[in-house]
Design a protein around this ligand. Structure first.
Ligand code: HEM
Length: 346
């Protein structure tokens, strides 16, 4: 019986032998075994497996927007994917608790054997960042060497290719820009609705300009204060203000889950930085960064969906939310309503 004819078993299906053959503590190979190195390797490998699953989920979430059904993305699928990622992020954070059963001295027993290897070279982590939408020019400069410096040429090319593909934030932006809510023309006799005009009455001057004045928004975007375009931000604000309308529930949930995921990465980065501080204090990292200082700054600077949080600055109390024209409100109250995407201008 050939291998392909044998019935699958637990071992042959999961390739358990190969999996369990992947742990090679350097201290053991050198004949001076350090007990904690096995834990160090296993925890890293577990994280890499979860990164793999997260990439798989992110690909599906991106496909929802890349291949919309009847012109409108199936948001429920994207929300499910983001929910799953959030649960995995919690498990990823817990890994640090396990690793911290190793003491700093236990780590020092084998740290020198790691050479220049570091999580900084994790290809999958970089891919996740790129798939989310962290651009090369948005990465921290002086505290860290170029993020792909120590990768193989093939891996550098793989990341460069991924950088040319639409990231989740680009897809979110295009979807928000194509939504029909900012300028709505109802039936004859009903005044046309523009979100900009009606919101002007509800919000204060400077806050209004940062979002609705193209020049002011452009200045802020150039400084890195906004990532998303003005129309995308305005639509996101519209969704937040009118989140109770049945037709906007899924859109609001999507924005909410993107924020949850952003929190999940920030929390993971902060938790990792605290663990690193505990293990190595202010020593520089094996990957060549300033270590603790770089990691703490990256946890804030490398956030991709921070714009969605900033929008809370522009929310007004429910009593001041501008009323919608009757036909738009009726359409949004029908759960069956599938918004007709606006034609994007060339
Ligand atoms: C004793 C445990 C650990 C220590 C001391 C440590 C230390 C560091 C340091 C100092 C850096 C900054 C880059 C450098 O200069 O090396 C870093 C980056 C990183 N580490 Fe760890 N690490 C530990 C465990 C882990 C684990 C379990 C993972 C899970 C995969 C991980 C993933 C990463 C990633 C993805 C980065 C890149 C972060 C970024 O660039 O924003 N590390 N680590």
């Amino acid at each position: 019986m050939s291998d392909s004819e044998r019935p699958l078993t637990y071992n042959s299906y999961l390739l358990v032998d190969q999996l369990l053959g992947c742990q090679r503590p350097q201290s053991q190979l050198a004949g001076q075994p350090a007990h904690d190195e096995m834990l160090f390797i296993v925890v890293h490998q577990i994280c890499e497996l979860w990164f793999k699953q997260i990439l798989c989920e992110l690909d599906r979430v991106r496909r929802v927007f890349l291949q919309p059904k009847d012109g409108w993305p199936d948001l429920a699928i994207a929300i499910d994917g983001l929910d799953r990622i959030q649960k995995i992020q919690r498990v990823l954070q817990q890994q640090f608790e396990v690793l911290e059963t190793m003491t700093p001295l236990g780590f020092l027993a084998f740290r020198d054997r790691l050479g220049s290897s570091s999580g900084f070279q994790s290809l999958q982590f970089r891919l996740i960042e790129i798939r989310l939408g962290l651009r090369r020019d948005q990465r921290l400069g002086p505290a860290a060497c170029p993020f792909d410096q120590d990768l193989s040429e093939a891996d550098k090319a793989l990341l460069a290719r991924a950088e040319r593909e639409p990231a989740l934030i680009d897809l979110l932006e295009a979807w928000l820009e194509s939504s029909p809510y900012l300028d709505y023309v109802g039936p004859p006799g009903e005044a046309a609705f523009t979100f900009k005009q009606s919101y002007r009455l509800a919000s204060t001057g400077d806050a209004f300009d940062s979002l609705f004045d193209e020049n002011r928004h452009g200045e802020l975007q150039a400084k890195g204060a906004w990532k998303l375009s003005a129309p995308a931000l305005q639509t996101a604000l519209f969704i937040m203000l009118y989140q109770q309308e049945p037709a906007l529930r899924l859109s609001y949930q999507l924005l909410d889950r993107l924020m949850e995921m952003d929190i999940g990465w920030t929390a993971w980065r902060q938790r990792h930085a605290l663990m690193v501080q505990r293990m190595i204090g202010r020593k520089i990292g094996t990957g060549g960064t300033t270590g603790d200082d770089y990691l703490k700054r990256a946890s804030e600077h490398h956030r991709v969906f921070a714009d969605l949080f900033t929008l809370a600055t522009y929310l007004v109390p429910p009593s001041r939310v501008p009323p919608l024209p009757p036909s738009l409100q009726a359409a949004l109250r029908s759960p069956q309503m599938t918004p007709v995407p606006r034609q994007r201008q060339a």
